[in-house]
Design a protein around this ligand. Structure first.
Ligand code: NAD
Length: 348
């Protein structure tokens, strides 16, 4: 690592790239040395905004800039192929969510990276939201007692225009659809809190947009610990976004985190007082109103892991769990039946 900074390079300069640039530019011990997009219009747009060496040929970008970590920001269905194509360069990977669409693809990625001792970090930035961090702390301390119900609600507005701008967003096989795309964060956080899922029953509908995937999904989950769960997700909220929230109910407490992206603490009720409750509402109730704040925390964690081997908050295995659950939900939608996660190998 020259000049002691961790060097990142972006592969894909589309919509989410701005957050990655903003996040990494805030860190003293990291820098973006290069970017690449195969689409000339996207590359040109990026060059207009940033003074980052930008290429259309990834090999040239890597050989000219010698990054430590490649950040995969291509459409979701491309992630597995991109990693497979780039692994020979022996760089670590940051991959935007979802890590890949199929569990079998993720296992292939794990195997290839393990062989070369490369790390994979999956961008699940909402894990760093202060109220979510506190919820996880309360969960790990056992403050909820016996878990009863875990619910996530995603009620966002995404018009036809949003889907028309980037065709992949409305096509399941390309990583579109509400489960692999928007609700992926909520699914990740729900399982992070409630643990592994035993089975799912789901229904989907396409109500307000002309797309090949669904714009609305409801899922009933049974967790392995016996608790139940609900995922309610729609991009057909009108006339504006309503919420992105999670609630956890247990025998000794209830917590709800709402806002647009699980960023605002709404309810924190526990039977027993704990030291962590003292300054909770003043210090941890909200994500600061700053562009890409949670992405910045995510990258800080990645850099600390690369430089000092610090605790790694978003293990790639979580990306495998979400993919497994999403695969099962689609199987239930398709068959109209309850699907058990243990039977997943039958339809990978
Ligand atoms: N964490 C989040 O909150 C969040 C938010 C939005 C998107 N995402 C994820 O980020 C990823 C990208 O989403 P987006 O909205 O930026 O998509 P996008 O379509 O706006 O951008 C993708 C870019 O990748 C480029 N690309 C495609 N193949 C390429 C290749 N082989 N080499 C180099 N560039 C290539 C495309 O030309 C395009 O410019 C998706 O996986 C999505 O799920 C995450």
């Amino acid at each position: 690592m020259d000049n002691n900074k961790v060097k990142f390079a972006l592969i894909g300069c589309g919509a989410i790239a701005d957050k990655h640039v903003a996040a990494i530019e805030r860190l003293d011990n990291a820098e973006i040395v290069g970017a690449c997009d195969i689409n000339s219009a996207a590359a040109e747009e990026f060059i207009k905004k940033y003074s980052i060496a930008t290429y259309m040929d990834v090999e040239k970008m890597i050989s000219d800039t010698n990054p430590d970590i490649l950040i995969i920001l291509t459409p979701s269905a491309d992630h597995e192929e991109r990693i497979a194509a780039l692994i020979r360069f022996n760089k670590h990977f940051v991959v935007e969510k979802p890590l890949a669409l199929k569990v079998s693809h993720i296992d292939k990625i794990f195997e290839e990276c393990r062989e070369k001792e490369l790390k994979i970090f999956v961008v699940q930035q909402n894990r760093f939201n202060p109220p979510i961090q506190k919820l996880k702390e309360a969960m790990d301390k056992g403050r909820f007692g016996k878990l009863v119900l875990g619910t996530v609600r995603l009620r966002w507005r995404r018009d036809q225009d949003y889907y028309d701008k980037k065709a992949w967003r409305g096509i399941l096989e390309l990583g579109g659809g509400i489960l692999a795309n928007q609700a992926n964060h909520h699914i990740d956080i729900l399982m992070w809190m409630m643990g592994d899922v035993e089975s799912v029953v789901a229904k989907a509908a396409t109500r307000l947009t002309n797309i090949k995937s669904e714009d609305t999904v409801v899922v009933i989950l049974k967790f392995k610990n016996g608790a139940l769960g609900i995922i309610e997700a729609t991009t057909a909220a009108r006339p504006k976004d309503l919420e992105g929230s999670i609630s956890i109910l247990g025998e000794k407490g209830s917590v709800e985190i709402g806002g647009f992206f699980m960023n605002e603490l709404k309810i924190w009720n526990f039977l027993d007082f704990d030291e962590m409750d003292k300054s909770l509402w003043e210090r941890y109730a909200k994500v600061p109103d700053e562009f890409a704040w949670s992405h910045t925390k995510f990258f800080k964690n990645v850099v600390e892991n690369i430089k000092y081997n610090n605790k790694w908050a978003v293990d790639a295995f979580g990306g495998r769990k979400s993919a497994e659950l999403v695969n099962c939900i689609y199987k239930s939608i398709e068959t109209g039946r309850e699907v058990f996660l243990d039977s997943l190998e039958n339809f990978l």
